[in-house]
Design a protein around this ligand. Structure first.
Ligand SMILES: [Zn+2]
Length: 141
C-alpha cells in the first residue's frame, strides 16, 4: 500500500481512501450537442495513456470526497504531485527532474546500463524484483 497526498486535506492518506477518476485536463466542448460524432468520440473515449508522466483526476472518496488532480509516473506508479482542481498543471520536465533527484541511491545504481539480455530474461528479472505475478496470458518457467 502506498500513500497519496490529498491537496484539500493537506495530508497523506492510504491509497484505499482514493478512487481514480480518469484523465485530467480533458475539456468538455461548450457546444457538445453540435459537434460531430468523431469529435465526440475524441472527447469522450480517446485518452493519451502516456508511458511516463500522466495527469489524472482522483477523488478522495473516503475522506473529503473532493476531486483533485495528480501527476503520476505510469512506469513506476509514483505520484509526482497532487494539486487542487483550480491549480495549474505542473510542468512535466520539472516534475521528472525533481523525481530523479529524489530517487534513492540504490535505485539509481540499479538503472546503470547492464549487459543486454534477451527480452524474456529481462521481463522475468523485472517481475522477480517487484515480486508481482506475471500478467495473465504470459507464460513463465
Ligand atoms: Zn481529502
Amino acid at each position: 500500500m502506498f500513500l497519496i497526498h490529498c491537496p484539500y486535506c493537506e495530508e497523506e492518506r492510504p491509497e484505499l481512501e482514493f478512487r481514480h477518476a480518469g484523465e485530467a485536463h480533458v475539456a468538455r466542448p461548450d457546444d457538445i450537442a453540435e459537434i460531430s460524432d468523431e469529435a465526440f468520440e475524441r472527447y469522450f473515449f480517446i485518452r493519451s495513456n502516456p508511458k511516463g508522466i500522466a495527469y489524472e483526476r482522483w477523488r478522495h472518496i473516503h475522506g473529503c470526497a473532493r476531486f483533485f488532480n495528480a501527476a503520476r509516473d505510469t512506469v513506476n506508479d509514483r505520484f509526482l504531485a497532487t494539486y487542487r482542481i483550480d491549480e495549474p498543471k505542473p510542468d512535466a520536465k520539472r516534475l521528472a527532474s525533481r523525481a530523479e533527484r529524489r530517487r534513492p541511491q540504490t535505485e539509481a545504481a540499479k538503472s546503470t546500463p547492464a549487459p543486454a539480455k534477451p527480452a524474456g530474461v529481462q521481463a522475468r528479472a523485472a517481475r522477480a524484483a517487484t515480486k508481482k505475478p506475471a500478467p495473465k496470458g504470459v507464460k513463465t518457467r
